[in-house]
Design a binder for this molecule. Structure first.
Ligand code: FAD
Ligand code: DLZ
Ligand code: SF4
Length: 517
């Protein structure tokens, strides 16, 4: 008898470990669109359309290679709407005694699948996901015995192991990290080049119509859908990035500009996470551009660090720390998420632009996620579950293994310092330096308090004061706490009151309390 091979919606890679010993004559591949996956959070419409369209295209690709595919569509009347139930249904006629799959990226579904595997009368084999550079074992070995896990040191090992940007055993150019050269402000009139996007092909158009019909209440719009849904389309986006955007990626990695949702970023996370682009291949291509003199070292190093450094590091942390990680709330944050995170109805120019980008494109670039929506949620003291939910919903590239350590760890310090060494808390001055948002904004980025002052300023000192006991021993916060101490008690009390007034006026109240008028 043949083997049933399960392929999940983010496992759309030709070289997937579950497919390596495929026998096209006898095996069957199962792909299933199910409500459980589409609604365990109320994902952005574009995220569902992207996953389904990419799955449908991958099924066609396999069939063209002569492989049999059992494809369960979301509107199939017999659909049982969970992955496990669909595997069971596929096994019901007894044709297959063996099931093979690649380990799943998210804890939730991984638990369900391993539960199924141990209870099933069939032989179920769950293989490692070798699309990542660092295996779980490798990460555990690296982490073991360390009192602190820091991305930078992990990253150096990944550089050594992949040989990327290495000259013998030394980093190319003499430094491991060129981050200090990646914080250029956007000069007046400087704008990112026009870039390639992917108009939906026929399969994607059909999927978009299905999603509009079946998930009308989910967040976001579908009109501007332009995500690659096949490996070929993703390859074209990667090639355009490397040729036209990568040279500026380093300099303006942290810059933001009104109505410029992409800047010099790669727009490849959706494709990497689905399996349409191989991350190591993307890094090698960037390295080749540097070697050919077509992109500077600070850009190429920065790009490679995001992929073999941050991306692999956060995945390692997630699997090392789950499920406890999902309960972390180091700052005891207890407020609800203000409604404008969904509606975009706020006079804060930086937030409105980021939410607009999320709504229309299911995208915001890194610094918007970190320093605008993430920083604000942390300063407001929004409960990490609510913050996680928002990030999981609004972005097309969101998968819990990468979203959660970025949100709970890097952006809001809810993990208490596992991912980052200090909270990235910042006042409005940071956003003003890195963007053109503040000039036209209704709020005054120079004012520290009062209704017309930039809310980041109103919140910043109160945040530090509120969390004094939890943060004051952090050496990297010694400076601001010294400043705070110098303020004296009355002023500190006033800063707390100011921040509280701002939280209430923005609707960041305890879920049990009355909403602000
Ligand atoms: P680029 O800026 O061009 O970067 C290139 C690639 O590097 C990305 O495609 C991505 O694969 C990788 N990368 C960059 N930064 C990170 C990072 N911090 N962690 C992991 N990989 C990284 N990324 C996701 O893929 N899914 C998420 O759900 C997600 N949630 C995030 C939440 C917060 C609060 C923050 C601060 C970051 C989050 N990121 C997430 C990381 C990063 O913001 C996105 O990967 C990036 O914006 C995707 O756009 P891009 O492809 O244009 O990235
Ligand atoms: C994201 C997603 C969505 C929206 N729908 C499906 C689906 O119907 N079927 C499926 O197999 N996968 C889907 N995915 C991707 C999964 O959520 C993903 O495989 C897990 O969360 C593990 O990372
Ligand atoms: Fe954002 Fe404050 Fe600048 Fe307005 S003034 S754009 S709220 S940082």
């Amino acid at each position: 008898t043949g083997t049933l091979r399960l392929v999940l919606g983010d496992q759309l890679s030709d070289g997937l470990s579950a497919l390596t010993d495929l026998d096209p004559a006898r095996d069957l591949i199962l792909l299933a669109e199910v409500r459980d996956e589409a609604t365990y959070v109320r994902h952005h419409k574009q995220k569902i359309a992207l996953a389904f369209a990419a799955m449908r295209s991958f099924a066609v690709r396999l069939e063209t290679r002569g492989v049999s595919v059992r494809y369960v569509r979301i509107d199939d009347p017999d659909n049982r709407h969970s992955i496990v139930a669909e595997v069971e249904r596929a096994l019901a006629d007894g044709r297959f005694e063996r099931v093979v799959m690649t380990e799943c990226g998210e804890w939730r579904l991984a638990q369900a699948l391993s539960g199924f595997a141990s209870a099933s009368p069939s032989l179920v084999e769950i293989r490692p996901d070798d699309r990542f550079v660092c295996s779980h074992d490798r990460f555990r070995r690296w982490a073991s015995g360390k009192s602190q896990l820091r991305m930078e040191f992990f990253y150096r090992e990944m550089r050594r192991e992949t040989g990327l940007l290495m000259e013998g055993d030394q980093p190319a150019g003499g430094k491991w990290n060129y981050d200090a050269e990646n914080r250029r402000k956007l000069g007046k009139g400087v704008r990112p080049p026009r870039r390639l996007r992917t108009p939906p092909d026929e399969i994607a158009r059909g999927t978009i119509a299905d999603v509009a019909r079946l998930f009308p209440d989910h967040f976001g719009t579908l009109d501007a859908f332009a995500w690659p849904t096949t490996a070929e389309q993703a390859e074209a986006i990667l090639a355009d990035f490397i040729e036209n955007l990568l040279p500026g990626f380093g300099d303006w990695q942290d810059a933001m500009a009104e109505s410029e949702p992409w800047m010099w970023h790669g727009l490849i996370s959706t494709s990497i996470n689905l399996g349409l682009i191989d991350p190591l291949d993307a890094c090698r291509r960037a390295e080749a551009a540097w070697k050919a003199g077509r992109a500077p070292l600070n850009a190429v190093e920065g790009f490679i660090r995001q992929i073999i450094g941050w991306r692999e590091f956060v995945r390692g942390i997630y699997w090392l720390k789950m499920p406890e990680y999902a309960r972390r709330n180091h700052l005891d944050a207890d407020r609800g998420l203000p409604w404008f995170y969904w509606s975009g109805e706020t006079d804060m120019a930086c937030v409105a632009d980021t939410v607009r980008s999320a709504r229309d494109h299911a995208y915001a670039h890194h610094i918007q996620r970190l320093m605008v929506t993430g920083n604000l949620a942390m300063l407001l003291g929004v409960h990490p579950d609510a913050v996680d939910d928002w990030y999981m919903v609004v972005f097309a590239d969101a998968y819990e293994w990468v979203e959660m350590p970025n949100t709970r760890g890097m952006a809001t310090f809810a993990d208490g310092g596992i991912v980052g060494s200090k909270p990235y808390a910042a006042s409005g001055a940071y956003i003003d330096r890195m963007s053109d948002y503040c000039g036209p904004c209704r709020y005054d980025v120079k004012a520290k308090s009062g209704e017309g002052a930039c809310p980041f300023n109103r919140l910043y000192w109160g945040f530090l004061e509120r969390n004094r006991d939890r943060l004051r021993d952090n050496v990297r916060l010694a400076m601001p706490y010294r400043t705070l101490d110098g303020f004296g008690e009355d002023r500190r009390k006033a800063l707390l009151d100011e921040a509280e007034a701002c939280r209430v006026s923005m609707g960041a109240v305890r879920p049990s309390s009355e909403p602000a008028e």
